[in-house]
Design a binder for this molecule. Structure first.
Ligand code: SIN
Length: 504
């Protein structure tokens, strides 16, 4: 550290401003901690939460029934203890934060009851929603609330570049507030950095979902879990400027049809259009290849009245009529930084919550409308657990910005290569030979990025570093897991990655 670098401290440092980060900040502040919330975002719609459509699951029928649906959708791979934590804390978290603290007005029926909706693989109508724009309606008041809290400071347009570690403990982060890094020391650090959509060409996530927290944690030595399970959403508009067509549409009666106009999902699964998401996503892609296109037929719905926000997106793109062309595209990372029931990682004083965390709740395939709930429940638990530790300033990583200029378009070109590699080799279907090929490309790419990062602190370069580290972790986990389950769907399983790489 040099004298010219300013440092600061907070009891609890939260990185990320989606529902999980806001919940963690709120819980820590309620417990008396001073909280600094850093976010790369400049506007709320830079957080995946703001893009969430369907809603937030409750246990209004029974916690056991929701647990059973989560386990079934995950093909029996979700961790039952983690699912218990979710379902046992679901309703109190929703009541506390969404009803009492934020006063969210979820849609109601004409009788004044909650208008619970259903999505794929749910056995009951139990999902609270606001139109099909639930994330927006939760996140914006939540951000306002934490912003106004006397013990929380929200700092926008600020990225964490590295974790500060000393003898196995995490002491905070180096942020990009200063060209050579700004150390922020914290008693506890909570990563809530969201998903990995930017690793793919087409995703339902914001562009800045570059796997930052996962990469920083892994580089500091934290364990990751279930990171090969990447969920693709089956109904995303198949055209320029893609957008999600919520599963709630099928939950209320919309139908998938192939290029010859036939319903096809009952040929693939007894639950038909409401089969688990991984099954529907693969079926959509199979039918697109066989028949040219797949459409979501919304004619059984009162589409314009019931789903005005999605209808508006259709109109904006010139889609009129009842049939909306769809394709599967990247949506959610089911695993992430390995955490326990309080969001504690394998490193002392480091927590992870929300999509960057691997709680075990989703196993190999996530049930719809459990991500906002998981972020809320684990955010509150981690924030409460994280208070009470003294920040301890220690030596920080030395970041150099001695050669700030990058060759033109360096980061953008490398990002394109990374996305093409992930699209081709690590998406809906995986072949061991292709996973091996992807690993080789990604290793080379990471080597090139590492060479540049030694003398530069540009945010886009760090995002590229984080994306390439996360992509490599995914490739490694995919190559080590030879069992085809849920979102890790292996074809040509007999060909081992090692043999294929040797053949190349
Ligand atoms: C959707 O509305 O289809 C997405 C909901 C989710 O991913 O949980």
């Amino acid at each position: 550290m040099t004298d010219s670098i300013t440092t600061e401290t907070a009891d609890v440092l939260v990185v990320g401003s989606g529902i999980a980060g806001c919940a963690a900040a709120l819980a820590a502040a309620r417990d008396g901690a001073t909280v600094l919330l850093l976010t790369k975002a400049e506007r709320p719609d830079d957080a995946s939460t703001d893009w969430a459509q369907g809603g937030i699951s409750t246990t209004c029928d029974s916690p056991e029934a929701l647990k059973s649906d989560i386990l079934a959708a995950s093909d029996g791979t979700a961790d039952p203890d983690a699912v218990d934590v979710l379902v046992e804390n679901a309703d109190s978290a929703v009541e506390d934060v969404l009803f009492e603290t934020l006063g969210i007005e979820f849609d109601e029926t004409d009788d004044g009851e909650f208008d619970y909706t259903r999505e794929a693989a749910h056995s009951a109508d139990r999902i609270l929603h606001v139109d099909a724009a639930t994330g927006t309606h939760i996140l914006r008041p939540f951000l306002n609330h934490v912003d106004e809290h006397e013990r929380i400071e929200v700092r926008q347009d600020t990225a964490a570049l590295e974790l500060i570690t000393h003898e196995g403990r995490v002491h905070g982060v180096v942020s990009d507030d200063q060209p050579t890094g700004h150390p922020i020391f914290a008693g506890a650090t909570i990563l809530a950095t969201g998903g990995i959509g930017a690793l793919y060409t087409r995703s339902t996530n914001p562009d800045d979902a570059t796997g930052d927290g996962i990469a920083m944690a892994a580089l500091a030595g934290a364990d990751v879990a279930d990171i090969e399970y990447i969920q693709f959403h089956p109904t995303v508009y198949d055209g320029d400027d893609p957008f999600l067509l919520s599963e709630a549409l099928r939950g209320e009666g919309a139908i998938l049809r192939n290029g010859t106009g036939e319903r096809f999902m009952t040929d693939y699964h007894p639950q038909g259009d409401l089969a688990p998401r991984d099954v529907v996503a693969r079926a959509v892609e199979t039918e697109r290849q066989a028949t040219g296109e797949v459409v979501l037929d919304v004619s059984p719905l009162d589409f314009e009245t019931e789903y005005p926000s999605i209808a508006a997106k259709c109109h904006k793109r010139g889609i009129e009529g009842d049939e909306i062309p769809v394709a599967a595209c990247e949506h959610f990372l089911c695993g992430g930084i390995d955490v326990d029931e309080y969001g504690r990682t394998s490193l002392d004083h480091l927590y992870a919550v929300g999509e960057c965390a691997g709680t075990g709740v989703h196993g190999a395939n996530r049930l719809a409308s459990t991500s906002l709930l998981e972020g809320l429940v684990w955010g509150l638990r981690a924030g409460k657990d994280a208070g009470g530790f003294e920040p301890q300033p220690v030596d920080t990583p030395i970041l150099r910005d001695s050669d700030p200029e990058l060759p033109e378009r360096f980061a953008a070109e490398k990002f394109t290569r990374l996305q093409q590699t992930m699209d081709e080799h690590l998406s809906l279907e995986r072949k061991p030979a292709e996973i091996a090929r992807a690993s080789a490309v990604l290793r080379r790419l990471k080597g090139e990025v590492d060479a540049y990062i030694r003398t530069r602190t540009a945010r886009d370069l760090y995002e590229l570093r984080n994306a390439s580290v996360t992509a490599l972790l995914i490739a490694r986990a995919a190559s080590e897991n030879t069992e085809s389950r849920g979102c890790h769907y292996i074809v040509d399983a007999d060909d081992s990655p090692a043999e294929q790489l040797a053949d190349d």
